[in-house]
Design a protein around this ligand. Structure first.
Ligand code: GDP
Length: 265
């Protein structure tokens, strides 16, 4: 199989010097020191696992013969979805937000997993189901676009309403451009159905520190003022540098009930 990229594994990250390591594992914390004194940073540290939890989570994302990680199937309708037998998480976001790159990064220690993309305009968008051993299912939802096609809304709405094994939805937001009007379609849907979700800021390697700080603070404020179901801590990721990917693996393991305890670092 293909070799996994550098920093895909914690063992590689642990060889870095301390400050770089913090930036890769806890990118949000890395921003803290640039905040104005007195800024409330409680929301930066709600989920802050220790090394043991990060390592247990990574083991779930590393496939081997006794622990296969597989693409299961794609579906355009709920009656084509695999049986809801395992705890599930799903990833949604605007087209081009970096969703397939992030799912590829999460699964980089299972290089045989193929994350398919159907980007051809007019091509039917599908929900793609991935099974992680006997532990959980991860679903790649179709991206929504500028025109928010009706089939996206119908497919995603049905999924969110009917999928009783859904433990958490990950809403991806571009870390460079911040929340966009079209993202409100997803936010409103999740809020209306009372679905617990998390916001993930993507492509943080592309944003300057100033831009990233501005977007983080704005989105945090938005979450505080306008949402009920959104986890107050934002997750920052770069699929290129692997920042935040280890922490996100750990959060997925946690919300799917696969980390009995998460001791803090
Ligand atoms: P999707 O449509 O949401 O699946 O988005 P993709 O994963 O295909 O990413 C869209 C574009 O953004 C591609 O050109 C990616 O190479 C780029 N991209 C995605 N994630 C990152 C990232 O973390 N950092 C950088 N620099 N580029 C990214």
């Amino acid at each position: 199989g293909r070799a996994s990229p550098p920093l895909a594994a914690l063992s590689q990250v642990l060889r870095l010097e301390r400050s770089r390591r913090t930036g890769i594992v806890f990118p949000l914390q890395k921003l803290e020191r640039y905040l104005a004194p007195g800024t409330d940073t409680a929301r930066f540290r709600l989920f802050q696992p220790g090394l043991a939890a990060l390592q247990r989570a990574e083991a779930l994302f590393r496939s081997d013969r006794g622990h296969p990680i597989d693409y299961v199937s794609s579906a355009v309708r709920m009656d084509h979805a695999p049986p809801p037998a395992l705890p599930e998480v799903c990833f949604i976001g605007r087209s081009n937000v970096g969703k397939s790159s992030l799912i590829r990064a999460l699964f980089s220690l299972a290089p045989e997993v193929e994350v398919r993309v159907s980007k051809t305009p007019g091509h039917t968008k599908k929900m793609n189901f991935f099974k992680v051993g006997k532990y959980f299912m991860l679903v790649d939802m179709p991206g929504y676009g500028y025109r928010a096609p009706q089939d996206f809304v119908e497919m995603v709405e049905a999924y969110l309403q009917e999928r009783h094994n859904l433990k958490r939805t990950f809403l991806l937001v571009d870390g460079v451009v911040g929340l966009q009007k079209t993202d409100n379609i997803a936010v409103e849907m999740l809020e209306e159905f009372g679905i617990p979700y998390v916001m993930v800021l993507t492509k943080i390697d592309r944003a300057s520190r100033g831009v990233l700080l501005k977007n983080v603070l704005e989105i945090q404020e938005f979450v505080k003022e306008n949402t009920q179901g959104c986890f107050p801590q934002l997750f920052l990721v770069s699929s290129v540098e692997f920042s935040g990917v280890h922490l996100l693996r750990c959060f997925v393991a946690h919300v799917t009930g696969n980390l009995p305890t998460v001791e803090t670092s």
